[in-house]
Design a protein around this ligand. Structure first.
Ligand code: GAP
Length: 449
C-alpha cells in the first residue's frame, strides 16, 4: 500500500478537477480554494453523509442553517472579541508577521531581522454593514458556526419540544484570518464546518462526551477511513479553549503527520450562561422531572468539511501494480465517490454512441453518472479509477445484438456482463440504493462480484 504524498494529492486534485487555487487566472489567492466539478460532488457527498448520520437517522438531533453575520454582541459574549487571538510578532526589517509559538529564536526566521514585542492578533475578519463605515456598523464574519446554534437554543426548544438530551446540527462556512495557513485545504481562511451542539443534563456530560468521541470515530471508519490512521489526542489543561472543560482532538495521519480532523469538546454551560447574560434573555430548560429551570451542558463534536475531504482523499489514494503498469486508484466509499458509474462506449461510431447516450440519460436520473468516449478503453478505466468511480459500464458492438453491457468494478477490476434491462436494478443492488448505507467499522463495501 502506497501512502499518498501531499504533492500527489494536490496534483491529482488539480489535474482531474477536484480542487483549484482560487482566482487562479490572477495568480491565486493565498490559502483560498475552489472546488471543481468532481470536488463539489465529493464535498457535497461528505456533507450529505454527515447530515444523514447525525440528523436524518437520529431522532434526537435537528438541523439549522444560520446567517454568517451575527449581532456584534454575540462575539463579546462568546469571548471571541477578547480571547480569539494568537500572539504575533512583526519583523521590523522584512515586515513578515510570525506566530510567537512557532518561533524558535528571537529573530525573524526569514531574514534574521529584529522582531517587535508580541501583540495579540484577533483572527476574526471584520467588515461594515450598511452605507456608513464607522465603529457602530462593524460586523464580523463568523469564525465558527456554533454561535448561530447557541443563540437559537430557545427557538428550537419551543418550536420542536425536544427533550434533553438533544442536539442541533449545522453545516456552514466559517472564516478565520489565520496567520499560518497551508498544507493545501487543511488550514485556510475560508472553510466549512459541520458542528453538533448536543445539550445534556449537567452530571451526564462526561458519559455523553465519551459517547460522541466514539460515535464520531466510527463515522469516519464507516466511510472507509482506516482505523490505524485515526488517533485521539486529549487536550492538556493549558491548551484548553476558554470555553472548554475538556476536549479531545480526533487526529488523522495526514501526509504531513498527525493533525486535527475534528475536535470534541465539553463546553459545560459557558455559552448559554454568557448569551443569557449579554442578551438579557433566559436560556434555560424546564426539567420535567425536577420542575426546575436548568442550564444544560453542551458536548460539541466540531468537524471540518475541507479537512474531511482531504482525509478521505488521502486515505482512498493508492498506487497499485497492474501487470507492467502502476494504476492510481481512489478507493472512495461509494457514498462519497463523485460519480457512482460512468458509461463508456467502446467506439464513437454513431449507432453505438446512440445506445450509450440513451443509457447515460437513463442512469443519470438515479445516480451521478459520467460519460467518457475519448482514448482507449484501458486508459478510460484508469481515468475512472483515478477519480474513484466504483463502476464502469461498457457498451460494445455486441451490446447492439445481445442488449447486454459489461460492468467493471473499480477495486477488484472484475467484469460481469448483464442485460441492459437489468442495469439500474443491478446498480441499485450494488450501490445499496440511495441513500447509501454507511457501513459499521470493518464492514466491506459489499461489492458482490
Ligand atoms: N466550535 C468549535 C471550533 O470551531 P475548532 O477546533 O477551532 O473548534 C473545529 O474547529 C474544526 O474546524 C477543526 O477540527 C477543523 O476540522 C476545522 N477548522 C478549524 N480551523 C480551520 C481552518 N483554518 N481551515 C480548515 N478547517 C478548519
Amino acid at each position: 500500500m502506497n501512502k499518498a504524498s501531499m504533492e500527489k494529492i494536490v496534483s491529482l486534485c488539480r489535474r482531474r478537477g477536484f480542487i483549484f487555487p482560487s482566482s487562479e487566472i490572477y495568480g491565486g489567492l493565498s490559502s483560498c480554494w475552489d472546488y471543481g466539478p468532481l470536488g463539489v460532488e465529493l464535498k457535497n457527498n461528505v456533507k450529505k453523509a454527515w447530515w444523514q448520520a447525525v440528523v436524518q437517522q437520529r431522532d434526537d438531533i435537528v438541523g439549522l442553517d444560520t446567517s454568517i453575520f451575527m449581532h456584534p454582541r454575540v462575539w463579546e459574549a462568546s469571548g471571541h472579541l477578547k480571547g480569539f487571538s494568537d500572539p504575533m510578532a512583526d519583523c521590523m526589517k522584512c515586515k513578515m508577521r510570525w506566530r510567537t509559538d512557532d518561533l524558535d529564536g528571537d529573530v525573524c526566521p526569514s531574514c534574521d531581522g529584529e522582531l517587535t514585542e508580541p501583540r495579540q492578533f484577533n483572527l476574526m475578519f471584520k467588515t461594515f454593514m450598511g452605507p456608513v463605515e464607522d465603529e457602530a456598523s462593524v460586523v464580523y464574519l463568523r469564525p465558527e458556526t456554533a454561535q448561530g446554534i447557541f443563540v437559537n437554543f430557545q427557538n428550537v426548544v419551543t418550536t420542536t419540544r425536544k427533550k434533553l438530551p438533544f442536539g442541533i446540527a449545522q453545516i456552514g462556512k466559517s472564516f478565520r484570518n489565520e496567520i499560518t495557513t497551508g498544507n493545501f485545504i487543511f488550514r485556510s481562511r475560508e472553510f466549512e464546518q459541520m458542528e453538533i451542539e448536543y445539550f445534556v443534563k449537567p452530571g451526564t456530560d462526561k458519559e455523553w462526551f465519551d459517547y460522541w468521541l466514539k460515535e464520531r470515530m466510527n463515522w469516519y471508519i464507516g466511510l472507509g477511513i482506516k482505523e490505524e490512521n485515526l488517533k485521539l489526542r486529549p487536550h492538556g489543561d493549558a491548551e484548553l479553549a476558554h470555553y472548554a472543560r475538556c476536549c479531545s482532538d480526533i487526529n488523522y495521519n495526514f501526509p504531513m503527520g498527525l493533525a486535527e480532523l475534528e475536535g470534541v469538546a465539553n463546553r459545560g454551560d459557558f455559552d448559554l450562561v454568557q448569551h443569557a447574560k449579554f442578551s438579557g434573555k433566559s436560556l434555560t430548560y424546564l426539567d420535567e422531572d425536577s420542575k426546575e429551570h436548568i442550564v444544560p451542558y453542551i458536548i460539541e463534536p466540531s468537524a471540518g468539511v475541507d479537512r474531511s475531504v482531504l482525509a478521505f482523499l488521502c486515505d482512498a489514494y493508492d498506487e497499485e501494480k497492474d501487470k507492467d503498469e502502476i494504476r492510481v486508484v481512489l478507493h472512495l466509499h461509494p457514498a462519497l465517490a463523485p460519480y457512482k458509474a460512468t458509461i463508456l462506449p467502446l467506439s464513437r461510431k454513431e449507432h453505438l454512441a446512440k445506445v450509450a447516450k440513451e443509457l447515460y440519460a437513463e442512469v443519470r436520473q438515479c445516480w451521478m453518472t459520467g460519460y467518457d468516449d475519448t482514448q482507449s478503453i484501458g486508459r478510460r478505466y484508469r481515468r475512472q479509477d483515478e477519480i474513484g468511480t466504483p463502476y464502469c459500464i461498457t457498451v460494445d458492438f455486441q451490446s447492439l445484438d445481445d442488449k447486454q453491457v459489461t460492468i467493471r468494478e473499480r477495486d477488484s477490476m472484475k467484469q460481469i456482463r448483464i442485460p441492459i434491462s437489468e442495469l439500474n436494478s443491478t446498480l441499485a443492488a450494488k450501490l445499496g440504493g440511495e441513500p447509501f448505507e454507511v457501513l459499521p467499522p470493518g464492514g466491506s463495501h459489499g461489492f458482490g462480484f
